[in-house]
Design a protein around this ligand. Structure first.
Ligand SMILES: O=C(O)C(=O)C[C@H](O)C(=O)CO
Ligand SMILES: [Zn+2]
Length: 276
């Protein structure tokens, strides 16, 4: 498991492009036949991907957790952005189709990932945060994640937001997780932008054609920094940072958070005129 330490706003404002990418961008989330994990020191969120192509993949127990098993003190959110697959949690099977979500509660000992078809493998995006109580492992399909329409074509930000794990959805200790799909012709996500100093956030961009990119903007509102992001790459957003992006085509992304609360709407808006 790779480690990403936390950086202060002052330190971040002085970083070169290469330093920003090394600290905040996760270039390879899905590696065929492997589980990739990155430990962020922002709210101790673990960000990763499981892409089973043959044998089922077991959630490992990285030594740095100093735990008896991965979920001894943690909870896990899983969102499948690939073909149909299955997650086995302590002997119970959960089917996860494209864009379905599973919350796995603390103290689940064995978690295994498999794909139905190795030629169209499942791609399970993983977010795990420390947890203080045991909550039921719960599945929510995309059809059950009530869509909310936001933005307008005139401002190139027409998008649909699907919420899965949050205060009114699947119960969790601190994880919040969902998905946003941009409509064709719309390219701006999270505009107007916001911060929420109470929670870190991570984005996984996907459904982006291989030759297209998202220009992601991070940093304090008066000190924004750009990063060019390719399909299926993830970006860590510190609690004090905006997290917004403009694509060279439409795309989708998974957002996930951990921190003080699970209120999706707890955001400190940043007016477009405030951005520098
Ligand atoms: O397009 C959007 O707007 C989002 O998806 C915003 C994220 O959900 C977010 O930043 C939640 O805090
Ligand atoms: Zn946010």
């Amino acid at each position: 498991m790779h480690q990403r330490h936390a950086a202060s706003p002052r330190e971040t404002a002085r970083m070169t492009t290469a330093e920003l990418r090394a600290d905040f961008l996760i270039e390879r989330v899905f590696v065929p036949g492997h589980i990739e994990l990155v430990y962020s020191h922002y709210d101790r969120m673990i960000i990763g991907g499981a892409m089973p192509t043959g044998e089922a993949l077991a959630l490992p127990n990285p030594d740095s957790l100093k735990a008896e098993y991965f979920l001894e003190r943690r909870e896990l959110g899983i969102l499948n952005v690939g073909g149909a697959g299955q997650v086995l949690v302590d002997g119970t099977r959960y089917e996860l189709g494209h864009q379905d979500c599973l919350y796995v509660g603390k103290e689940s000992r064995e978690v295994q990932f498999s794909s139905h078809d190795a030629a169209a493998p499942a791609k399970f995006y993983l977010l795990s945060a420390p947890a203080h109580r045991v909550l039921p492992t719960t599945r929510r399909t995309q059809a059950e994640a009530t869509p909310v329409e936001m933005g307008a074509l005139e401002t190139a930000n027409r998008r649909t937001i699907y919420k899965y794990i949050y205060a009114e959805g699947i119960e969790s200790c601190q994880l919040v997780m969902g998905l946003t799909q941009l409509q064709p012709g719309s390219v701006w996500n999270t505009m107007p932008s916001h911060t929420h100093d109470r929670r870190m956030e991570a984005y996984l961009y996907f459904n982006l054609p291989a030759d297209q990119r998202v220009l992601h903007l991070m940093g304090e509102p008066h000190q924004t920094r750009p990063l060019w992001i390719a399909n299926e790459q993830a970006i860590i957003s510190p609690p004090w940072s905006i997290h917004t992006g403009c694509g060279t085509s439409a795309y989708a992304f998974i957002w996930g958070m951990a921190g003080e609360n699970r209120e999706y709407t707890d955001m400190d808006p940043v007016g477009i005129g405030q951005l520098q």
